[in-house]
Design a protein. Structure first.
Length: 649
């Protein structure tokens, strides 16, 4: 057991947030998901685990346990701060390697000492230190440093920039990188996929699945939780309930447990009623008195089954019908160039009535810029776009989640629709969970999710027939996402949206646009088919860059912009050769690592404990094998850089 919490409660002032708190991390590689509605106490649980909050007893006789085995290190992203903004990103990130570098020097010093000191104690100490060095990633930290920075979108130029030059979002990513490279024994991640593009999220999934420590993650990304979690804790009505398996399995178990409890409860209530009816009928009959008492005793000694609490499925809802219909053509885009001071993307698009187009792609390639361009917030740098007949736009900008005002919710909504009665305003706001006194909250005091709901309430009230949505689910919990998915899937109008939530795209989109650095690729089918097509074409895509134009069933860039002729004859073949070499080196590294493991096992063989000569021989082989691995990894890294140079810019 790595960490155990039993009993007690977490309170803010007089308000109890969690009770009782029963939570365990049973093994050093467990992957735990914590799920629940916004505001249910998920972040509170993290603060308790990290030591920011304390458990309190609910009564004087209660046993409260908060126990950790082996004093594990706990890493929590919110605790990461930068002491000096003038240092470069590279200097800041590499601070996490100080223990590795110190241990490396100590090992080198011990190797020198062993040349003259042949004691078993020194050899044993060196062996233990070497095992610890391997555990903290001492042999591979340089490669991992490069890979993680690259996956989070940082370039070699970024490494030299001072921290002060990075945006808030980039600084959060830098802190995240540090946290991953520190490798704490318990890694606490609160919404780690927010603002990451799909490619990075997919990489992070693989990284966390292979992470050799325990991970506890809060996320509303259902596909992410399905792919990494082996345990789920749900917080509902202030209680923690544990379920084995991933998110989908948790939902199946929860439904089955609820159905069983409901069935058992109803059966028991039926039996109690039958016994009580019998007692009422015969309690005054002298010959039946003893039997009546016996039945009352049976009811009294029953282990009562509680009525199952209803799922907390409160969510917003709206009667969402466009005020008028559009013509067949909704949006026509021809060679549209989008960007600010330079062109980020050039694309063409012909959108028909009823289509739901999902836009995906990495950050910074022009997805949101495209939406801002077609709604007129920024001017086009070239090309043309136009709307069809009777198109009424409803536009959600992700910045609406940060909209602030000293005004009240009811006044903000009423000002936009002044002809409504107070009852109509309250009904509209109530449909989006602003009920009772909630309508008198100041906008500035609302959470991100509440601001999104208010923005959507206003947009839907206008009755648009063409929705343009930029990351509408970023601040929503899972119930909220499912509600919006259902609304949009049933929407009678047309829709174009940007999202990094793969599950959301899969549920809603009938067509996918993938924005890439070298062009826009149009897939004339939904996200699931896009994934299947992408997987099937993965190998051929390595050698053949898709030609321009939009096609059905084949991924091709929408942009027709010509590219300069390459200076080499066949970059595809050259790239394939390099990748073949890399695959060969990867196999050599895997073989060498297996041999290294076998040598280390041999070093710990009790039969050699008193044979310094044999131990020295084995240690020399280990040193040689580690050198071989490092050289192979360096060669692999050089080839990887050559492959990058062949990638289209």
């Amino acid at each position: 057991m790595l960490l155990q919490i039993r009993g007690g409660a977490v309170m803010y002032g007089a308000e109890t947030i969690l009770k009782p708190v029963n939570f365990e991390i049973r093994n050093s590689r467990q992957k735990i998901a914590v799920v629940g509605r916004n505001g249910c106490g998920k972040t509170t649980l993290f603060k308790l685990i990290s030591g920011e909050l304390d458990l309190v007893k609910r009564d004087s006789d209660e046993d409260v346990i908060f126990a950790k085995t082996g004093n594990p290190t706990i890493g929590y992203l919110k605790q990461m701060t930068f002491a000096d903004d003038t240092v470069s990103m590279e200097q800041e990130v590499r601070k996490v390697f100080a223990p590795i570098i110190s241990m490396q020097r100590e090992m080198e010093d011990m190797v020198t000492r062993m040349e003259s000191d042949h004691s078993e104690e020194l050899v044993s100490r060196y062996t233990r230190l070497q095992e610890q060095f391997n555990y903290i990633g001492g042999y591979y930290y340089e490669k991992e440093y490069e890979v993680v920075l690259k996956k989070f979108g940082f370039t070699d130029e970024d490494k030299k920039k001072p921290l002060s030059e990075f945006s808030g979002g980039q600084r959060t990513k830098i802190a995240f990188v540090k946290l991953l490279l520190e490798k704490p024994d318990i890694l606490l991640l609160d919404e780690p996929t927010n603002h990451l593009d799909m490619e990075t999220v997919e990489w992070l999934e693989g990284y966390l699945k292979d992470y050799p420590r325990a991970v506890v993650v809060i996320s509303h990304d259902r596909l992410f939780l399905d792919n990494i979690a082996d345990t789920v804790y749900e917080i509902e009505y202030g209680k923690l309930t544990e379920y084995p398996g991933n998110y989908t399995h948790f939902m199946e178990l929860k439904r089955a447990a609820w159905d069983k409890q409901k069935k058992d409860y109803e059966a028991q209530q039926k039996e109690i009623k039958r016994l009580m009816d019998w007692v009422e009928q015969w309690k005054n009959t002298p010959t039946k008195v003893a039997s009546a008492r016996s039945k009352l005793k049976a009811i009294e000694h029953m282990e009562k089954i509680e009525k199952p609490e209803r799922y907390d499925t409160r969510s917003f809802k709206a009667s969402f019908t466009p005020k008028r219909e559009t013509g067949k053509d909704v949006l026509f885009v021809k060679d549209l160039e989008v960007g600010y001071d330079r062109v980020l993307e050039k694309l063409s698009l012909d959108m028909k009535k009823g289509e739901r187009i999902g836009i995906i792609g990495e950050n910074g390639v022009g997805k949101s810029t495209f939406l801002k361009t077609i709604v007129g917030d920024i001017r086009a740098l070239g090309g043309d776009y136009r709307y069809g007949v009777n198109v009424d736009i409803g536009y959600f900008d992700q910045q609406m989640a940060h909209y602030s005002s000293s005004g009240r919710v009811i006044d903000d909504y009423w000002d936009m629709f002044p002809t409504l009665t107070e009852t109509e305003v309250r009904n509209d706001l109530g449909a989006f969970l602003f009920r009772g006194e909630d309508v008198f909250k100041e906008i500035s005091s609302l959470s991100g999710g509440e601001r999104v709901r208010l923005a959507l309430a206003k947009i839907f009230k206008t009755g648009p027939n063409f929705l343009i949505l930029d990351e509408p689910t970023n601040h929503m919990d899972i119930i909220g996402k499912e509600t919006l998915e259902n609304m949009l899937a049933d929407f009678e109008g047309s829709l174009v949206f940007v999202s990094h939530d793969r599950y959301f795209v899969k549920r809603v989109a009938t067509r996918v646009l993938e924005f890439k650095k070298d062009g826009v690729i149009t897939y004339n089918f939904g996200y699931q088919e896009y994934e299947e097509k992408k997987t099937a074409n993965a190998e051929s895509a390595k050698e053949t860059k898709p030609s321009s134009g939009s096609v059905t069933g084949t991924a091709k860039p929408a942009s027709t912009e010509s590219k300069p002729e390459p200076k080499y004859n066949n970059p595809g073949k050259e790239k394939a050769k390099l990748q073949k070499k890399m695959e060969k080196i990867e196999a050599e590294i895997e073989q060498a690592e297996a041999e290294l493991t076998a040598l280390k096992d041999e070093l710990s063989n009790p039969a050699y404990a008193s044979s310094y000569g044999k131990l020295t021989e084995i240690q020399s082989s280990i040193d040689a094998k580690e050198t071989q691995i490092m050289e192979l990894m360096e060669e692999w890294g050089n080839l990887d850089k050559e492959v990058e140079l062949l990638m289209p810019v």
